[in-house]
Design a protein around this ligand. Structure first.
Ligand code: GLC
Length: 528
């Protein structure tokens, strides 16, 4: 068997967000049963920044005065606007009047999640700007009470609506980074990117524990997930313990409440949260969170809007590797959603209505590499083939007898045996085939022989390692073999039937400067 790896360094993009510790194996935990089965959730980033929509007019700490004629526009995720524009704290506070929530209806959002096929909702109760989305007595001057939302408890409105519809609920809480509160860990815009000393950090952590306590007083009895953030700036055992105890020693704490892995660099939590990059070989439950348009917080001009197919691909790609996908929505300051976001969610909901059997309750497909036609999810001895791209559906890496092959709505699908796999005929793009085998024994690899004229190795069927996201979906996957990437390795497994001279050609669709390396490895004594 030969392995061809094409390593390309085409574009280095600015990477924001977190790095996380290596995944550790943990014993099966029944508390995670619902989470493992859920597969699809809604993330909501909402705060004072939402009312600014990625644009700022006013003074900057860096000596610039932004004007209507020349405003500051976020060049990346808009919930970071305070930091990106260097907005002084007192000026940022005034923005709270634009956070009105007038169009926000917890019931509508919960119904939207449900109709989209999502099983749980995680909302930001406090992001890095420190603003609390409920009327706080601990922080009365920086919460809904002193905003255009006039003291509404937006968290309770959403959580109770979601619970009444059978959804699980969680709160995102930025415990380590808080740009508006003295003593926060991390780089603070008001200090021109400087940091507070350890004594100030201590006061801040004490204070944050009180906020956690208040959150638990109010919502602890109904919470299912506590979603911490910015672990990389908290390397202290003392702070980790304090924050952890504020949660788990609270009278309303229940073991039911799952925690992610972002409390600090010293805490593993119950599940991993890779950001933007799928875990190919997960060793414990994980949840991949993604945006719809490149920004977590609302902007008027987000320019990286994903299409229906791209989002479906992201869902099935994650689920095929045993993970959950947490898809973000970005309400505006008034709580309404952009029509494009609503349209996308509706399209996904329509798809899920028919095909959700291939998503919920599935497990890791067992395939490490992809398939050219799309992605494969698995439940027991059934594989679900999600057909997105190309002109044929050929599944490689399984030879067990097929017991039945049907679309999810029940139409029979013809199939025939091909070397190291099966070819399926009559499946339409966007459809899902449920193929039940007598057993699932996976032996991946493209059969290669010198009788074949050529074999194409597309990025879609590669094992993609390193930061990678797919590009070219806009025209319905036409360019599905083109990828925009952050230092990825693309690997394919080949089963070479006979010794011969094989020529390798590569096509690089990206015109930027870069480096391409091709490595060929062999796991036997074959001459390369
Ligand atoms: C990062 C970002 C943050 C976003 C989060 C979502 O931590 O700082 O803005 O909320 O990722 O995962």
């Amino acid at each position: 068997m030969k392995k061809f790896i094409i390593t390309s360094l085409l574009l280095s993009l600015l990477s924001i967000g977190c790095t996380h510790d290596p995944i550790e194996i943990s014993p099966p935990d029944t508390r995670l049963n619902w989470f493992n089965d859920a597969k699809f959730g809604m993330f909501i980033h909402w705060g004072v920044y939402s009312g600014m929509a990625g644009k700022y007019v006013g003074p900057s700490l860096y000596g610039i005065e932004y004007t209507e004629a020349s405003p500051f526009l976020c060049s990346w995720s808009a919930e970071w606007i305070l930091s990106q524009a260097g907005i002084p704290r007192d000026t940022y506070k005034k923005q709270a009047k634009n956070f009105t929530a007038t169009q926000f209806d917890g019931n509508e959002i919960a119904s939207l999640a449900k109709e989209t096929g999502m099983k749980y909702i995680i909302i930001t109760v406090k992001h890095h700007e420190g603003f609390l989305l409920y009327p706080s007595t601990i922080q009365p001057d920086w919460c809904t009470s002193t905003s255009g939302a006039n003291g509404r408890d937006l968290i309770m409105e959403l959580l109770t609506a979601a619970k009444s519809k059978g959804l699980k609920v969680g709160l995102y809480f930025s415990q380590n980074l808080d740009w508006m509160t003295e003593g926060s860990l991390g780089e603070i815009p008001q200090l021109y990117g400087g940091k507070y000393d350890i004594e100030k950090n201590r006061t801040y952590i004490d204070y944050t524990c009180k906020v956690i306590s208040e959150i638990m007083d109010r919502y602890g009895e109904i919470l299912d997930v506590f979603w911490w953030d910015i672990p990389q700036i908290n390397t202290s055992q003392e702070f980790t313990n304090q924050l952890q105890n504020a949660l788990i020693k609270h009278k309303n704490y229940n073991k039911r409440i799952l925690q992610n892995d972002r409390l600090s660099t010293l805490a593993n939590g119950d599940f991993a949260t890779p950001e933007g990059v799928i875990i190919q070989k997960p060793e414990r439950p994980y949840e991949l969170c993604i945006t719809m348009d490149g920004s977590w917080g609302y902007t008027d001009y987000a320019n990286n809007k994903k299409t229906r197919l791209e989002l479906l691909y992201e869902i099935t790609n994650t689920v095929s590797k045993g993970g959950n996908l947490l898809l973000n929505i970005s309400p505006k300051g008034d709580g309404s959603l952009h029509p494009d976001a609503l349209k996308l969610l509706k399209e996904i909901g329509d798809y899920m209505q028919i095909n959700s059997e291939s998503i919920y309750g599935t497990e890791h497909s067992g395939f490490t590499h992809g398939q050219d036609f799309g992605r494969v999810t698995r439940k027991g001895n059934s594989l679900y083939l999600h057909y997105y791209v190309g002109d044929k559906v050929e599944l490689y890496g399984i030879n067990s007898p097929i017991l039945s092959a049907k679309t999810i709505s029940g139409r029979n699908i013809e199939y025939k045996k091909i070397p190291n796999g099966y070819k399926f005929i009559g499946l339409k793009k966007g459809e899902v085939a449920k193929v039940t085998f007598s057993s699932i024994i996976i032996d991946e690899g493209f059969p290669i022989s010198n009788k074949m004229e050529e074999t194409n190795l597309y990025a879609m069927s590669a094992l993609a390692e390193g930061g990678l996201s797919i590009n070219g979906f806009e025209s319905g996957f036409v360019n599905y073999n083109s990828w925009i990437n952050l230092w990825p390795d693309l690997g394919w497994l080949l089963k070479v039937e006979n010794p011969a001279k094989y020529d390798i050609y590569t096509t690089i669709s990206n015109g930027g400067p870069g480096k391409l390396e091709i490595k060929i490895e062999s796991d036997d004594n074959a001459r390369i």
